[in-house]
Design a protein around this ligand. Sequence first.
Ligand SMILES: Nc1nc2c(c(=O)[nH]1)N[C@H]1C(S)=C(S)[C@@H](COP(=O)(O)OP(=O)(O)OC[C@H]3O[C@@H](n4cnc5c(N)ncnc54)[C@H](O)[C@@H]3O)O[C@H]1N2
Ligand code: MOO
Length: 405
Amino acid sequence: MAITIEEALEFIYKNANPRSLKIVPLEEALGYVLAGDIAASHNLPPYDNSAMDGYAVKVEDALRDVKVEHTIFAGDDSKEELSGGFAIKIMTGAKIPHGCEAIVPIEDVTITNSGVKLPKDIKPSRHIRLCGEDIKCGTTILNRGERLHAHHITLLASQGISHVKVYKKPRVAIFASGNELKMHFESVEAHQLYNTNSPTFLARALELGCEVDFIGTACDSLEDIHEHIKSALESDLVITSGGVSVGDADFTKEAFGKFGYEIFFDKVEIKPGKPTTFGRIKDTLVLNLPGNPLAAALNFELFAQSIILALSGDAAKYIAPIETTAAAECIIRGGRRTLIPGYFDGAEFTPYDKFSPGMITPLSLSNAYIIADEKCEVIKKESRVKVISTRFSFNSKEQKSLSCS
Ligand SMILES: Nc1nc2c(c(=O)[nH]1)N[C@H]1C(S)=C(S)[C@@H](COP(=O)(O)OP(=O)(O)OC[C@H]3O[C@@H](n4cnc5c(N)ncnc54)[C@H](O)[C@@H]3O)O[C@H]1N2
Ligand code: MOO
């Protein structure tokens, strides 16, 4: 019996967990997920320092001519002490000298014969960046389950952290089956076509931070599919396409059965993608997607991505939609949840005008999709929709104003 998308995702979250850990140098840590919390071992800034090129002064010296005898540069380990009637010239980032109460920027003073004339308003602590105001030593700066993006590398580098403990990237093996299929580097005859699903899965799994083994294309025979399964079982996840329907040459599930395939579900109330199958052979998870390219790619987005996120140890493992409005009407048949590809330009979602499970263009030219409810027969123009991205960033084909009013 076909299950709902929610039930299918529950099977996924119950069965997909991060496997093992390793230590990587910071330079290679981008995209990995942290396997432990990280606490700050240094204050940032590490010492009170000047936010401006200017003069270290006493507040009481406002409006006075003060003498300037020293200059402190960033990186100096200065022991100067500031006394009333004096200013110390100081550069941005330089350590604040003892006795300094504020910094006056260079452009706010007048140069005199013996030093500088200070302005009338000097507020205590002005232009001083305080030790630890950004990061306090001992606080947790990153948590287990955080995927490392460029600006997390900033935090780690600020603490002099050279290596981090992370979850290994999910190892994914990919193959397709179908006598009609040829690899993109082979020649095709008139009755054949290129296997586009496997290169799609490979590229997308890499985008999602997996290590990928490209096993190839199997013929529609149990023996050949067995060979491909054997080569794939060392992985955390095997993703196949094709051969999951009821045709005379649909052997995929039977072929996996020889290896003790425990199937969690083999039908989902979804269009396209009803025959999507998920299970396990020992520690290896298996996702059999249908052969039809749009069905395969969209169901990869929903199910393979959810498995990959859960396997990677990412605390943010749930796919999150963005709410927006539909830019055009889209008529659907209803009856089952329907996946509709389209383009989200940051303001509106435009459903792809004509799509069917066997096509490849709709998703290639889209950057997102929506899931229409089983009772829904039309997505009306300007109705609210929940958009799920199929890319990492949101883009627009036209230049937009980027500021908020
Ligand atoms: N009598 C029924 N027939 C079908 C049903 C059904 O319920 N009853 N379901 C349909 C649905 S829905 C789908 S989806 C497909 C799923 O079929 P398979 O997973 O068995 O896929 P194939 O038959 O192997 O291929 C379908 C289609 O896709 C092309 N294909 C397959 N693999 C690739 C690839 N790697 N790259 C590019 N194109 C691929 C293949 O040539 C076929 O045209 O079954 C329906 N039938
Ligand atoms: O469900 Mo099939 O996946 O419509 O093409």
